[in-house]
Design a protein around this ligand. Sequence first.
Ligand code: RTP
Ligand code: MG
Length: 133
Amino acid sequence: MTERTLVLIKPDAVRRGLIGEILSRYERKGLTAVSAELRTATAEVLDQHYAEHVEKGFYPELREFMMTGPLLALVLEGDSAIPVVRALNGATDGRKAEPGTIRGDWSLSNQANLVHGSDSAESAVREIAIWFG
Ligand code: RTP
Ligand code: MG
């Protein structure tokens, strides 16, 4: 089923010059970019985006990290785009993510893990509205 998912190429990936490498993985898989914007996130947007995490101990540091520079917000479309992006991204912690995934190949961190992908159809609709109105 064709669906849309919200991807963030996080500030660590932008700083490291990995936008092209990461985007090309999604594109070569067969997903298509339908919206894209390079922007620096505000605390307000992040508190909405990470609503499920705002009360957690790691959240203040995560929010700071997400505001350290511009990120690329993307909407990707394709068959099963939501689980396909999560599989390409790999496990949350880059140290544990499988080689061959984005995080497994390029991240050694549980926080600076390069990418975000929506985790369900409901999350995707909610997150696309937050970032793209
Ligand atoms: P994402 O939402 O970014 O696609 O990643 P995810 O589903 O694999 O991970 P999630 O549990 O939703 O966590 C969101 C982001 O919070 C940071 N994090 N830090 N220090 C920690 O224990 C910790 N846990 C998570 C990561 O940046 C993670 O991607
Ligand atoms: Mg998540």
